[in-house]
Structures are given as C-alpha cells and as structure tokens.
Write a protein that binds this ligand. Structure first.
Ligand code: ZN
Length: 161
C-alpha cells in the first residue's frame, strides 16, 4: 500500500498504546505486512525498483531518481501529518509518530535490501514478498479503496479507544 495508508494505520495502532512505545513500534511494524496482504494499488516508481530481484546498486542521481524521491517523500510526510492530525495528543505525539514511522519502514527496508542483500534484510524481504498481495488493482479502485480503508481504521480506532 502507499506510505500514507501505512502511516495512518500505524498511527491508529499507536493511539491504542499512547504510553507504550514498544508496543506501538512492534504492532505498527507488523501492520505493514498485514495490510500489504490486501489487494491494493501502489504508484509506479520510475527509477527505484523494489520487490523480487530488485537491484539498485547501480542507481545514480538522475532526474528520474529525484522525481521518485519527491513522490515517496511527499507520501511519507503526508502520512505522518495525517497520522498526527488524526491521533496525536500533546502527550502521545511522539508515540504516534513512532507508530507511523514503524508502519512505513518495511518499504525503505526493501530499498536497503536491494542495495545490501544481507541478513536480516534477506529474511524480511522474503517475508514481505511472500505476504504482499499478488493482485494489483487499477489506480482508481486502488486509491479510493485505500482512502476508505484508512478512514474505516481511523473510525474504528476512535470507537475502541
Ligand atoms: Zn510494503
């Protein structure tokens, strides 16, 4: 899923453990893999490759790389901002941020694996690839379903909290 969706789900989970950063981080991290198993859409990257057989060792700074970095960076920042806006209180702000970051981090770990394919990244990558849905949705359904999903998770969290 896109990073914003992962961040919102991670923030929602962290809001259930506002004074327990370890649980916020662990369950946030685990949520990444759980929701990647749902059929979804991911925006295409121009230069950076992720997933099976990805190799970014020869990646050099170029316009395509800069555009990818801007897309991913905007997505991540939007996710952090949304998670904070939805769930953070003064006391829990950093735990919510930790949960959101933990939920996003498996994707940068894919990039790290493609540059440095060693353990423990190999095992994480194998699991990520295995659990990740093989069904790719079109962008209209894929994007709208992620918005509905993130809104539903937020609403559900409000009721159980
Ligand atoms: Zn992922």
């Amino acid at each position: 899923m896109i990073l914003s969706t992962h961040a919102i789900v991670g923030g929602a989970i962290a809001s259930l453990f506002p004074s327990d950063p370890l649980n916020a981080a662990v369950f946030g991290f685990a949520s990444h893999f759980a929701i990647d198993a749902i059929p979804h859409w991911d925006y295409p990257l121009r230069s950076i490759s992720v997933g099976k057989g990805a190799d970014n060792q020869r990646l050099r700074l170029s316009q395509a790389v800069m555009i990818d970095v801007m897309c991913v960076g905007t997505d991540a920042c939007a996710g952090l901002a949304l998670a904070s806006w939805l769930f953070a209180t003064n006391a829990s702000a950093w735990v919510i941020t930790l949960g959101a970051l933990s939920a996003m981090v498996p994707d940068p770990l894919q990039l790290a694996h493609s540059i440095y394919p060693r353990e423990p990244l190999v095992t994480v990558q194998r699991f990520h690839g295995w659990i990740h849905s093989k069904r790719k949705l079109g962008w209209k359904l894929g994007l709208s379903s992620q918005i509905v999903f993130a809104a539903a998770v937020s609403a559900l969290t409000e009721t159980v909290r």
